[in-house]
Design a binder for this molecule. Structure first.
Ligand code: CDP
Length: 221
């Protein structure tokens, strides 16, 4: 069977907030020389554009309209990395109409011949269900809260660790409990719990998982 029929080598990295999935995914992309898309930025961009326009996150037509406006160049905005942007993203991400409008952007990215790495909540389940390599990166809520707190305070945000932990728990509930593409590990995803790992250890473990998946993918071509 030819390569085209099998589809490109897509690496799908999913997991909850501050689990380390972004770090793992970007390091995999660097090592493999593949383009990388942090799909959370798309939802963050929709949320931030709505906020800036003074729109209500429950206004579905307005949210869907903002989702249609998203292009690659808005994703570099540092305003997408704030705590408020994360909260806004998880609110707008519950609307199926928003998800639908962001689907094509993500699937076009995932269909590049050279392969790609995408991270998010529904990459292995909805965006690229046939991805040859799937990882589900987790860590305990306490560890994730500490990581996110360090990141936010490092960016100059004034926030307590308790508030960040509360945010993380609320976000897990909203992302896992929503009807549209809830956060789930795909049945064929490899679980990577990074609670006790350093960044380098998590990246190494991910690399080994993806190398094994790549060898299987090459052998089946
Ligand atoms: O970095 P962190 O995990 O906090 O956030 P993110 O990956 O930037 O995602 C922000 C929010 O966007 C998540 O809480 C989800 O509600 C939503 N999201 C989603 O629904 N589907 C994706 N593929 C990516 C993000």
């Amino acid at each position: 069977m030819g390569r085209r029929e099998k589809g490109p080598f897509v690496v799908a990295v999913d997991g909850p907030a501050a689990s380390g999935k972004g770090t793992v995914a970007s390091s995999l992309a660097r090592d493999l020389g593949l383009p990388y898309l942090d799909t959370g930025l798309l939802y963050r961009a929709v949320g931030v554009l709505m906020q800036r326009a003074g729109q209500d996150f429950n206004d579905v037509p307005a949210a869907a309209c903002q989702a249609l406006m998203i292009t690659a160049d808005v994703l570099d905005d540092p305003g997408l990395r704030t705590r408020a942007a994360g909260e806004a993203a998880s609110r707008v991400a519950t609307h199926p109409q928003v998800r639908e409008r962001l689907l094509e952007f993500q699937q076009t990215f995932a269909s590049q011949d050279q392969g790609s790495v995408l991270d998010g909540r529904d990459i292995g389940t909805v965006i690229a269900p046939h991805a040859p390599a799937k990882l589900y990166v987790t860590a305990s809520p306490e560890v994730r809260a500490e990581r996110r707190w360090r990141q936010l305070t490092g960016q100059g945000e004034q926030v307590s660790l308790e508030d960040v932990l509360a945010d993380i728990r609320k976000r897990d509930e909203r992302d896992g409990g929503r009807e549209a593409a809830p956060m789930r590990a795909a049945a064929d995803a490899v679980l990577l719990d990074t609670s006790e790992m350093t960044i380098d250890q998590a990246a190494d473990a991910a690399r080994r998982i993806v190398e094994a998946a790549r060898a299987r993918w090459e052998a089946s071509r």
